[in-house]
Design a protein around this ligand. Structure first.
Ligand code: MG
Length: 385
């Protein structure tokens, strides 16, 4: 039996990971959980999975949990430091990194330091700190198995291949809910419209990122760092059926693709059981039922954040950090209905324009660019209203 800790256990990926673990009866033991604000759900998870260490957001919540579970040998901790403690817990064999946003960076780094296996779902960490993570992986011997469906697909296609033989990597995107919307319709998008993703059931942040196509932009940067593929070889195709999760073209003309039902439990289970595979209870992919698989060029005029993300990938330095931080703030403002849908791209673009690019050497630099950008983006949003 292998021991698992889940960072972000009450989020969408965290919950699906626990479902997968539950179905794979006795293959894994949950030893650590780091949760966000949903303390009720964490309580249920503790009852069911009986971890040894849990972390909550706030001190008061942690104190309440200590009282509640005082009869058990459960270590209760809190804050970002608490999540790091769960990440470093010595009994972990596998850590699922599924905290959304830059908040997941320090806990992810803590897990990587231990040199164990990391199932990585937190793409923002890779975007902001790709080079740092790459160095850390080399130093600690940690192994990253991607959870993101596209990257899981690429990882599986590359399993027996040499990266120098790769000609192109194509990440597919569903296109989100507004793939077919006119520019007139785009101006009237509401929060509910944007949260109504046609294919995937996911957390709110990534659902909005999918609607603006920023998600695919972040994934391009993630793919660059995960697989060491140069930016010019990375492409995006819109594939509304979300069945082909990615394609890898080799130098001899062969194109490898990974297909599976549109369910995050597939890449999650693969990341957990890798290098083995286990049975899943999901229905088989029925291509005769689906009939057609379509592919389109992305429209970067309609979805400018994809273009901006590619620029960030090519230029590097502080650009990707600014892009990510501004986007996190803009998406959160959109979720609070402080700004409209099209404002997200406008604000992120302005934040990028305002920020003088600079080299980043270490974690301190990354967080200082991140903090500055957040403040500047908040100011941009306030000035509008
Ligand atoms: Mg994805």
């Amino acid at each position: 039996m292998e021991n698992i800790a889940i960072l972000g256990s009450t989020g969408s990926i965290g919950q699906s990971s626990l479902e997968v673990i539950d179905k794979l009866n006795n293959r894994f033991r949950v030893v650590g959980l780091a949760a966000g604000r949903n303390t009720q759900m964490l309580e249920k998870q503790i009852e069911k999975f009986k971890p040894k260490i849990v972390s909550l957001k706030k001190k008061e919540e942690a104190e309440e949990f200590r009282r509640k579970f005082k009869d058990r040998s459960l270590h209760v901790t809190f804050s970002e430091k608490g999540a790091e403690e769960v990440a470093e817990f010595e009994e972990n064999d596998i850590v699922v990194s599924a905290i959304t946003g830059i908040d997941g960076l320090r806990p992810t780094l803590a897990a990587l330091e231990t040199g164990k296996k990391i199932a990585l779902a937190n793409k923002e960490s890779m975007v902001a700190a790709g080079s740092l993570i790459q160095n850390l992986v080399e130093k600690s011997g940690a192994q990253i198995i991607p959870v993101d469906s596209e990257h899981s697909g690429i990882f599986q296609c590359l399993a027996k291949e040499r990266v120098d033989n790769v000609k192109r990597v194509i990440l597919t995107a569903s296109g989100g809910p507004f793939f077919r919307s006119s520019s007139q319709e785009m101006e009237e998008i509401t929060l509910d419209d944007a949260l109504n993703h046609p294919r995937w059931k996911m957390g709110k942040k990534v659902t909005i990122d999918s609607a603006t196509l920023m998600n695919k932009g972040l994934e391009l940067i993630e793919a660059h760092w995960l697989f060491n593929i140069e930016p010019a070889k990375l492409e995006v195709l819109i594939h509304p059926q979300s069945i082909v999760h990615s394609l890898v073209e080799m130098n001899d003309g062969s194109v490898l693709a990974q297909l599976s039902p549109t369910d995050m439990k597939v890449p999650i289970q693969y990341a957990l059981t890798y290098p083995e595979r286990e049975d899943s209870s999901l229905p088989s992919l029925d291509l005769s039922q689906i009939k057609s698989l379509e592919f389109f060029e992305p429209d970067v005029e309609k979805f400018p954040l994809l273009k901006l993300a590619r620029q960030a990938l090519e230029e590097g330095a502080s650009f990707p950090i600014v892009l990510n931080a501004a986007n996190e703030i803009a998406v959160s403002a959109f979720l609070q209905t402080e700004i409209g849908f099209l404002d997200i791209a406008e604000i992120v673009s302005k934040a990028v324009e305002n920020h003088p690019q600079r080299e980043v050497q270490n974690l301190e630099d990354i967080f200082s660019v991140d903090r500055e950008t957040r403040q500047m983006t908040r100011n941009l949003i306030e000035r509008r209203s």
